[in-house]
Design a protein around this ligand. Sequence first.
Ligand SMILES: Nc1ncnc2c1ncn2[C@@H]1O[C@H](COP(=O)(O)OP(=O)(O)O)[C@@H](O)[C@H]1O
Ligand SMILES: [Mg+2]
Length: 251
Amino acid sequence: MAKIVTNALDLWYGSFQALKDVNASFDEHKITAIIGPSGCGKSTLLRVFNRMNDLIEGVRTSGEVYLDAENILQPHADLVVLRKKVGMVFQRPNPFPLSIYENIVFGQRIHADRLTRAKLDDIVQESLASVLLWDELKDKLRIPALRLSLEQKQRLCIARLIAVKPDILLMDEPCSTLDPQATQRIEELMRELKHNYTIIIVTHNMQQAARVSDDTGFMLLGELIEFGKTQDIFTAPKDKRTEDYITGRYG
Ligand SMILES: Nc1ncnc2c1ncn2[C@@H]1O[C@H](COP(=O)(O)OP(=O)(O)O)[C@@H](O)[C@H]1O
Ligand SMILES: [Mg+2]
């Protein structure tokens, strides 16, 4: 089932066109990887899905992006609701300079009505458990999050999103600062999470895309060149440019 569908999506930064006629469909409870060389528009595409590009001066989009059949590019789309529904994990884990506990409940304090302490405790436990950090951190909830390892910080950032119950997790090169073992464990976590979320991951690591995703889109210079089942993209690409990229002929 498609969770997000883009239709004739174009995006300009001023006069520079960064996305060109992107048509794609992202399935619910699957992991879709977006691959392609640096500067091809991967992060730009991801930021369309929670309207984060709106924060950049001079950005213009055209076309449609349906999330659950609602066009989120409409001027009157509710961005607070959208950004709660569509969470983003960044390249560098960016916990707030607060305790582990306060990081997790931060969104609750913004989005939800006043919750009881017991309810907040539950949310913290559930969210940390879902990223497999609960056992490790349950006795350290009051220590500053900035003291955690990089991997723990990235897990915490995922837990912080999960705490506000999004539908979609956007991940922009979420493992690029992690070592291979931590990367592998985050990939395992993604496979767990996809049962409950729709995940879209940007990566320039093709092995990662091949390992973790169900579907893959290959982008080049703002265009979505090819989109399909990951296995097909990596074993039988239809476009010569995709083949050149996955066989390592581009930078
Ligand atoms: N804020 C911005 N203003 C102007 N151009 C931008 C901005 N962000 C990205 N771009 C340009 O848009 C293109 C796509 O960038 P990006 O989406 O970051 O690519 P990727 O994530 O694939 O590396 C690049 O040419 C980049 O220079
Ligand atoms: Mg990028």
